[in-house]
Design a protein around this ligand. Structure first.
Ligand code: UDX
Length: 436
């Protein structure tokens, strides 16, 4: 199959590279000349484990190429995947901004040659694929095409594994022709027995939102339970095991923390709420999950303050991890963006380290933070350590060395990486989230 991907952001780049790895011929298009130049040189503009090697391999084997020239790329394609950004609208109302999608549709339209499937890969409000079809027909009434929705469920940091071994592939289509092409594209997956959920376009679009909203609800649920565990002296980690082993509940996404962040959950929950409101419905459970998530960040600030005897003013707090999750340099909606400024404002001195995210962090966090080379340097003379993101390199810290470097003994473990008793035995004043 000949596949063209519009947009070389996170989703576009991973999708294009993995399709090439399946054996298809893939052209990734982006307007950003510098980005295309970098990619042609085999360098990746984002941090995603394994992606650079896979890009280099498929480029070398001539199945993957990058260009700014949309015309040729679209003319030869059996399928064009739209993987452009759908950020929250600048109006701040939670709606998804579809400017890039419709811009891409207008640009694709004049170059379509022969039958082509145009697939929305970006997370888009229900009805977008149909609007894309309308735009294309306006620009090029002769075009022979179908639109389809094929949402992605990739997690940052594990995107390649998620793409190669997904739990399912969802395709929303209307014609057999489009179905045949999409099935051919995903053939390597169903040979390994990945289920394909075939449905209509609107359902596929909504499935993506519902999946993300459900996961956000699950996280907010366990975060609230963790707060209750804190009040009652119960242990949320055992509790999560106790409920998660019930197959109806499932053990994944029951890890409490400082609140979910990233490029999907915050944006998609808001967009889904807006879509529902437009149709006269309030998604009260999703609304609650969003509220709980905001409150969770504030509660973590309070937790840190309480551990510092009620005031962070003049205290040095060492943050380990800044990104919204490990194995990424992505800072979008990271809890650190709320938690750190709240402490800074009250006169705390902040030191911070992140294995991959420090360059990005500088763009998102206020000035006045001291960035360091490693965990131990961060903790030097600190009154408190806050483990913010569960990077592997923070999972096996030399705790004796750490406590010696510190000035105080407070360890706030926002990811429940360490065993409370072990930490107390080492001399720390320790608190996790929902266990201490
Ligand atoms: C998510 C979805 O998992 C993915 O299917 C979708 O395509 C995009 O959004 P991603 O944002 O990359 O992926 O990361 P994910 O691993 O889902 O984590 C999201 C946030 O939830 C992170 O901030 C993470 O720390 C938090 N989280 C996750 C928890 O706090 N507890 C958990 O148990 C799981």
């Amino acid at each position: 199959m000949k596949i063209t991907i519009i947009g070389t952001g996170y989703v576009g780049l991973v999708t294009g590279t993995c399709f090439a790895e399946f054996g298809h011929h893939v052209t990734c298009v982006d307007k950003d000349e510098d980005k295309i130049k970098t990619l042609l040189e085999g360098q990746i503009p984002i941090y995603e484990p394994g992606l650079d090697t896979l890009v280099q391999k498929n480029t070398r084997e001539k199945r993957l190429t990058f260009t700014t020239d949309i015309a040729d790329a679209v003319a030869v394609a059996d399928a064009v995947f739209m993987a452009v950004g759908t950020p929250s609208s600048r109006r701040g109302d939670g709606y998804a901004d579809l400017t890039y999608i419709f811009e891409a549709a207008r640009e694709i339209a004049p170059h379509l040659k022969g039958y082509t499937v145009i697939v929305d890969k970006s997370t888009v409000p229900v009805g977008t694929a149909r609007q894309v079809a309308r735009v294309i027909r306006e620009v090029n009434p002769e075009a022979d095409f179908d639109v389809a929705s094929n949402p992605e469920f990739l997690r940052e940091g594990a995107a390649i594994a998620d793409f190669m071994r997904p739990d399912r592939v969802v395709i929303g289509i209307e014609t057999h022709k489009a179905e045949d092409i999409l099935r051919e594209i995903y053939k390597p997956l169903y040979l390994q027995e990945t289920p394909i959920v075939k449905t209509d376009i609107e359902t596929a679009e909504l499935t993506k939102y519902a999946a993300n909203a459900f996961l956000a609800v699950k996280i907010s649920f366990i975060n609230e339970i963790a707060l209750l565990c804190d009040s009652l002296g119960a242990d949320v980690v055992s509790l999560a095991k106790g409920i998660g082993m019930d197959g109806r509940i499932g053990k994944k996404f029951l890890h409490p923390g400082p609140g979910y962040g990233g490029s999907c959950f915050p944006k998609d929950t808001l967009a889904m709420m807006r879509i529902a409101q437009e149709h006269g419905q309030n998604l009260r459970i999703v609304e609650a999950a969003v509220e709980v998530n905001a409150a969770q960040k504030a509660k973590m600030v309070k937790k840190i303050r309480d551990m510092l005897d009620g005031s962070e003013a003049g205290k040095t707090i060492a943050f380990l991890g800044l990104t919204f999750k490990p194995e990424t340099d992505d800072m979008r909606d990271a809890p650190a963006i709320t938690i750190i400024p709240a402490l800074l404002e009250k006169g705390a001195r902040i030191k911070a380290h992140d294995p991959q995210g420090m360059a990005e962090a500088r763009k998102y966090l206020p000035q006045g933070i001291e960035y360091t080379q490693d965990a131990y340097e961060t903790c030097k003379n600190a009154d408190a350590v806050v483990l913010m993101t569960e990077w592997n390199q923070y999972r096996a810290l030399d705790l004796d060395r750490l406590i010696q470097e510190m000035q105080g003994r407070v360890f706030v473990d926002l990811r429940n990486v360490y065993e409370p008793q072990k930490m107390k035995d080492k001399g720390f004043i320790y608190a996790g989230v929902g266990r201490s």
